[in-house]
Design a protein around this ligand. Structure first.
Ligand code: ADP
Ligand code: ADP
Length: 208
């Protein structure tokens, strides 16, 4: 099964993908995680995109599409995957049509108020990418990753200016994909306001 997780930043796509990949035995491909790991490893791609991510703007389509095309060619993508954070523009969705056959596009629906609470409280472990929330999903020891004990950080793009920019970018460039995929008969709306376990159950029930 090939799924796309669509939704505003902070809606819980990464959190649900981490649960769903175990339950449904799917590969989790997060374009945000791929960019961040390139930045951490200081690759050419990482250097090119670092400032773009910090500002909350989108990486150019050609760069993003090429990265996903290469990732989906690998053997581990053969048995199905969750694309988390891709596509984010109509051009990316058109390119994806040529690369993959999708079974469904899961649209995470959440109010702006809740999105702001989730993004401003998000903390991550830089090396493992594990995601926490200071109130909704706190680590066992404040400020430390549960498994490695490393310090948790706030992403640069989870600071106020970048958050507001990302929400604008979402409305302008990504929200049009809701109609795009509804017209294609692929869209499955999910109420993302519940607990992660309930969101996962609703999604699995709706996917049949
Ligand atoms: P979020 O938590 O907001 O959903 P992601 O981790 O998915 O964030 O993405 C972080 C950043 O990586 C984006 O703000 C953007 O700069 C870049 N990015 C991720 N996916 C894409 C994409 N499909 N197209 C362009 N840029 C992307
Ligand atoms: P996205 O990948 O869509 O940007 P994340 O999965 O990173 O979103 O979640 C954003 C923040 O909200 C994180 O701090 C995460 O711990 C928290 N979160 C995710 N899902 C839920 C939920 N169902 N209820 C409460 N908080 C959540």
């Amino acid at each position: 099964m090939n799924l796309v997780f669509l939704g505003p930043p902070g809606a819980g796509k990464g959190t649900i993908a981490a649960l769903a990949k175990e339950r449904l035995s799917l590969l989790h491909v997060s374009t945000g995680d791929l960019f961040r790991s390139n930045i951490k490893e200081k690759t050419e791609l990482g250097k090119k995109v670092e400032q773009i991510l910090a500002s909350g703007n989108l990486v150019p389509d050609e760069v993003t599409i090429e990265m996903v095309r290469e990732r989906l060619k690998k053997d581990d993508a053969e048995n199905g995957y969750i694309l988390d954070g891709f596509p984010r523009t109509i051009a990316q969705a058109d390119a994806l049509k040529e690369m993959a056959k999708l079974d469904a596009v899961v649209n995470f629906v959440l109010s702006k108020e809740e999105i702001l609470k989730r993004l401003s409280g998000r903390r991550v472990c830089k090396s493992t990418g594990r995601t926490y929330h200071i109130i909704f999903n706190p680590p066992k020891v404040e400020g430390k990753d549960d498994e490695t004990g490393e310090d948790l950080i706030q992403r640069d793009d989870d600071k106020e200016d970048a958050i507001l920019n990302r929400l604008d970018v979402y409305e302008k460039s990504t929200a049009p994909l809701i109609d795009y995929y509804r017209a294609a008969g692929l869209l499955v709306d999910i109420d993302a306001s519940k607990t992660p376990e309930k969101v996962l159950e609703e999604m699995i029930a709706k996917l049949g």
